[in-house]
Design a protein. Structure first.
Length: 123
């Protein structure tokens, strides 16, 4: 991550109490107050990604990321490997970078160039 995380103490106008927040120095210098917290589970990852994608979609950007994978391949997907649904009518899935590749019930391994070579291909 760019910058450093620093602990700051300030007053919360919402709770009317002093609070401890964690701010990133890079964003603090360029944009002002910010608040970071550790993403502890997949539910929080889903919330964070959904929040970011909401703003990317507003600008009309097309979200495509394949980690430099050149080939479409066919794989069953475990629910725990899905970050969130995306696209029109939520018909596409955003997957974690280390999702499992499964071919007809057989776990082939975590996605990698070697595992992709063994997976059935699609146009």
């Amino acid at each position: 991550m760019i910058g450093e995380i620093i602990e700051t103490k300030d007053y919360s106008t919402k709770t009317h109490k002093m609070q401890i927040t964690y701010q990133n120095t890079f964003f603090l210098e360029r944009f002002g107050r910010n608040d970071f917290r550790e993403i502890e589970n997949n539910s929080l990852v889903y919330q964070a990604v959904s929040y970011i994608l909401k703003y990317i979609r507003k600008t009309g950007e097309k979200v495509i990321y394949s980690k430099h994978l050149q080939t479409y391949f066919v794989s069953d997907i475990l629910e725990k490997d899905v970050v969130c649904k995306i696209g029109q009518e939520d018909r596409k899935l955003l997957l974690f970078d280390d999702f499992l590749c499964i071919d007809e019930g057989v776990v082939m391994g975590k996605v990698s160039p070697e595992v992709i070579k063994e997976m059935p291909k699609s146009n």
